[in-house]
Design a protein around this ligand. Structure first.
Ligand SMILES: Nc1ncnc2c1ncn2[C@@H]1O[C@H](COP(=O)(O)OP(=O)(O)O)[C@@H](O)[C@H]1O
Ligand SMILES: [Mg+2]
Length: 242
């Protein structure tokens, strides 16, 4: 199944060593409160790389992740996806929905849709037939260990299972980049470990680039590089765990 989930991924056609996404001297100021959330940050996320981002609450981690994923725009500086500036990108919505997967601390599942329907949400509009989308969603749920929970509503799942559904949904379009903002932040330590093991295995099997924001040193341990932030700046960028 790995090869199927991985099939035709654009990342495969990229030269190794290139950046999937890069920030160049990026600053983000929120007018509301005049907060400089990210200040003069440059960062490259290599194709198929695995970065963790750590730092105290309020230091700009979520803002950084949203800038990397094109969910937010910089006040100054540039964000480049495979070398192309997002500021001049013609179809940012499509880039986001087809190439980038997002995982949030609080899952963001639709409560009235089953697990399988939630996973299919990003696939709509891609011209695939219903049966194909359903089969792909079922394969993804099996991949995250929820083959027997396809027809459950989120409310009937444990919180750890909800996060695994959200991860399956983030993988729906075989993203080249998976961005996760404190994915274990709402979970107990056991389901947090399950989710992080899963993310580690998915990275190894599918080879998408991954950036995981976390407070949890056990999470950072699994990454190839750890970026530490303080007051909107990157204060260290080290191989492995700090
Ligand atoms: N939408 C917003 N409007 C105004 N200020 C914000 C907004 N989002 C974040 N901030 C502020 O920007 C700073 C960085 O926030 P954030 O990126 O959420 O940090 P972290 O994820 O590390 O906790 C904080 O001071 C926060 O209060
Ligand atoms: Mg945050």
């Amino acid at each position: 199944m790995e090869s199927r989930l991985n099939g035709g991924r654009p990342a495969d056609s990229q030269a190794p060593g290139g950046a999937v996404v890069a920030l160049r001297d990026v600053t983000k100021v929120y007018r509301d409160g005049n907060v400089r959330a990210v200040s003069g940050v440059s960062l490259e996320v290599p194709e198929q790389g695995f970065l963790s981002v750590t730092g105290p609450s309020g230091c700009g981690k979520s803002t950084l992740l949203n800038l990397l994923g094109g969910l937010d725009t910089p006040t100054s500086g540039g964000v480049f996806f495979r070398g192309q500036s997002l500021a001049t990108h013609k179809d940012l919505d499509r880039l986001r929905s087809r190439t980038i997967g997002f995982v949030f601390q609080t899952f963001h599942l639709l409560p009235n849709l089953t697990a399988r329907e939630n996973v299919q949400l990003p696939m709509f509009g891609d011209g695939r037939r219903d049966a194909e989308r359903e089969a792909q969603a079922a394969a993804l749920l099996a991949r995250v260990g929820l083959a027997d929970r396809e027809d459950h509503l989120p409310g009937a799942l444990s919180i750890g299972q909800r996060q695994r559904v959200a991860i399956a949904r983030a993988l729906a379009n075989q993203p080249a980049l998976l961005l996760a903002d404190e994915p274990t932040g709402s979970l107990d330590s056991e389901s947090g470990t399950t989710v992080m093991d899963l993310l580690g295995h998915l990275h190894a099997d599918l080879g998408m680039a991954m950036v995981v924001v976390t407070h949890d040193p056990a999470v950072a341990e699994r990454a190839e590089r750890t970026v530490r932030m303080l007051d909107g700046r990157i204060v260290s960028d080290t191989a492995g765990c700090p």
